[in-house]
Design a protein around this ligand. Structure first.
Ligand code: ADP
Length: 298
């Protein structure tokens, strides 16, 4: 029986259907992973989502959505003066373009209160968070979150981190690089995507990405690489694994988020790293062959 807490921001998604109509949904990197984890894990396991939302009707709808997905929401913080972040997806000459309203979102205050973080992690075995979780926080709150996670890990719990590098969300690239490496140093497992890492850290290949995170103390680094081979670094052992072949890629949204869920769900049940990578790659292959972040699993 496992208890996993995913920490981050869920947003309202408004996807344009035609010129006048939008379809409302909910998405966000850590929430996507929690959503898939809930589908993959045993009912005896608990997946909790931790964030901050407002007290308005839209925030209520988000929490109801999370609960309907089977996620525990008991520790979600409520902020009376702000609401949840929102983004729109519009089709522009066949290409999807995104606009965001998340600068004032309630989730930015999720790590304001150290006691709330300690409380949500009290009975957990595993915490999952990302570079986006950190990017949206004020500097003091980043430090609070990382300290709470470091203490959580000292008690024997596992911390899993996806760097999910999004420089636009950070005050500057240098801060992003510094804080992401600090996050790796409090994490047992790091799940980066090589393309982003090469772009923002200058890694020559996936092995360089793995070595950089492993040097900061992570025991497991699993480097995703789109349609390329997945590289695993497991306590000093390097191995390469094929992704699951896909006939037609429809939409790569949440490929990495779903891979992480497939990997973690399998790893929790005692699978080898190779077996867990196959589960992650299998799930991500399904997700890239459908539209949207949250795909009904076959
Ligand atoms: P992110 O979505 O974080 O950028 P990647 O693009 O590296 O992550 O993809 C994550 C995982 O999704 C890959 O490791 C792979 O398993 C799967 N995946 C992504 N694109 C493809 C593809 N074209 N064919 C098969 N698998 C893919």
């Amino acid at each position: 029986m496992s208890r996993i807490v995913a920490i981050g921001e869920c947003m309202v998604e408004m996807a344009s259907k035609d010129a006048d109509t939008y379809r409302m949904g909910f998405a966000g990197d850590t929430m996507n992973t929690a959503w898939y984890l809930r589908r993959l894990l045993d009912q005896a396991d608990t997946v909790e989502y931790f964030t901050a939302v407002g007290t308005d009707a839209l925030s209520d709808r988000m929490v109801t959505f999370l609960q309907d997905a089977g996620l525990e929401t008991d520790h979600i913080l409520r902020r009376p003066d702000v609401s949840v972040g929102l983004y729109t997806i519009q089709l522009q000459e066949g290409e999807r373009s995104f606009s965001y309203w998340r600068g004032q979102s309630a989730a930015r205050s999720l790590a304001q209160d150290e006691r709330a973080l300690i409380s949500v992690l009290t009975h957990a075995d595993m915490a999952y968070f990302s570079g986006i979780t950190l990017a949206i926080l004020p500097e003091n709150d980043r430090n609070t979150l990382l300290q709470v996670l470091a203490d959580f890990r000292k008690k024997g719990a596992k911390v899993i981190f996806d760097p999910n590098l999004r420089p636009k969300l950070w005050e500057d690239e240098e801060t992003m690089r510094r804080v992401v490496m600090e996050a790796a140093s409090v994490s047992d497992m790091v799940l980066p995507s090589h393309e982003d890492e090469a772009l923002w850290f200058g890694d020559a290949d996936p092995a360089a990405t793995a070595a950089r995170y492993a040097d900061h103390g992570s025991s497991w680094v699993i480097v995703k690489n789109g349609a390329g081979q997945i590289l695993a670094w497991e306590n000093g052992n390097l191995s390469l694994h094929d992704p699951v072949a896909v006939s037609e890629v429809i939409d790569t949204t949440a490929a990495g988020d779903s891979f992480n869920a497939g990997f973690i769900a399998s790893w929790i049940t005692g699978a080898s790293v190779a077996g867990a990578i196959q589960s992650g790659a299998g799930l991500a292959a399904q997700v890239v062959q459908s539209r949207g972040a949250l795909v009904n699993l076959r």
